[in-house]
Design a binder for this molecule. Structure first.
Ligand SMILES: Nc1ncnc2c1ncn2[C@@H]1O[C@H](COP(=O)(O)OP(=O)(O)OP(=O)(O)O)[C@@H](O)[C@H]1O
Ligand SMILES: [Mg+2]
Length: 264
């Protein structure tokens, strides 16, 4: 039987060092995110200043024509969108750098989830067009009423908001949030019956700026930072975030966190 090609290979020291990667892939990714973070930081201050000037022109708008007012409004909306994008990139870099410290304390899930649902339903862009502009239905399924996890409440709510936002944005049916007590762990699943995600794309959707719709059409999504931020936040709380999805069937984003009630 012949040896596997790599078992008997005689590589010289210089060959092996040439083949050895200089830095690991995760290091490259971290450097990339830091670069984006630094770049965003440099841009945010001048843009915030310009936005401030635009606001003061809008406040003293006596001499503006209707056309100028309209142009100013559009420019301000675009500027706000860009500042928010920069803010999110800075946040991602800081999270990656462990510059933001996440708490791990008992958080009651039912209250937090109700709050996240209420906030999501306030977002007018999610109003259900097929149901006379009512907020889309979000059902909570849980066998127990008192489940709590070890987490940072504020950050976990941000994660839920991002996942609910996606579920509403990429589907047009009711959303289900399922809670399961797994003993020492708790699973929170955000389930939609939308378009689903190809297996190939599932590998990349947690990367910053990755969108399945590569045309980057604003009508069909955001900038592609929501899942990247959600993932580092859940990682930072000691949990996991994974996707299970099938084209045409829908998607499940499952967060697993440590239960705050530890069994003996
Ligand atoms: N529930 C879902 N169903 C189908 N596709 C999804 C779902 N959630 C995410 N995706 C796909 O994964 C991509 C990345 O999601 P992510 O939340 O990071 O970015 P986004 O929603 O495009 O923008 P952002 O969240 O920054 O506003 C999306 O652009 C979309 O293509
Ligand atoms: Mg999103």
């Amino acid at each position: 039987m012949s040896d596997a090609p790599f078992q008997n290979s005689k590589t010289t020291a210089s060959e092996s060092s040439a083949k050895k990667p200089m830095v690991s892939l995760t290091e490259v990714q971290t450097q990339q995110r830091q670069l984006i973070g630094n770049f965003s930081h440099e841009l945010r201050t001048p843009l915030t200043l310009v936005y401030g000037y635009m606001q003061s022109i809008q406040r003293r708008n006596e001499n503006l024509t209707n056309l100028q007012k309209e142009a100013l409004e559009i420019a301000m909306l675009e500027m706000k969108h860009t500042i928010q994008l920069l803010q999110e990139s800075i946040e991602l870099a800081r999270l990656d750098n462990h510059a933001i410290c996440l708490r791990r304390e008992p958080v009651a899930l039912h209250g937090l989830i109700s709050e996240a649902i209420a906030i999501s339903q306030l977002d007018r862009s999610h109003l259900d067009k097929s149901h006379l502009g009512k907020p889309r239905e979000i059902i909570v399924e849980s066998e127990e009423t008192n489940i709590s996890v070890l987490a940072d409440a504020e950050r976990l709510e941000q994660v839920l908001l991002r996942l609910i936002d996606n579920a509403l944005k990429y589907s047009d049916k009711a959303i289900t949030i399922r809670l399961e007590n797994l003993g020492d762990y708790v699973a929170i699943s955000i389930c939609d019956r939308g378009c689903g995600i190809e297996l190939e794309d599932q590998r990349y959707i947690f990367n910053p700026f990755y969108r399945v719709d590569r045309s980057r059409n604003r009508d069909t999504g955001g900038v592609g930072l929501g899942l990247a931020i959600a993932k580092v936040l859940v990682d930072g709380m000691g949990g996991t975030l994974n996707v299970y999805s099938q084209i045409g069937e829908g998607s499940i984003f499952k967060i697993i966190l440590k239960s705050s009630v530890v069994s003996d």
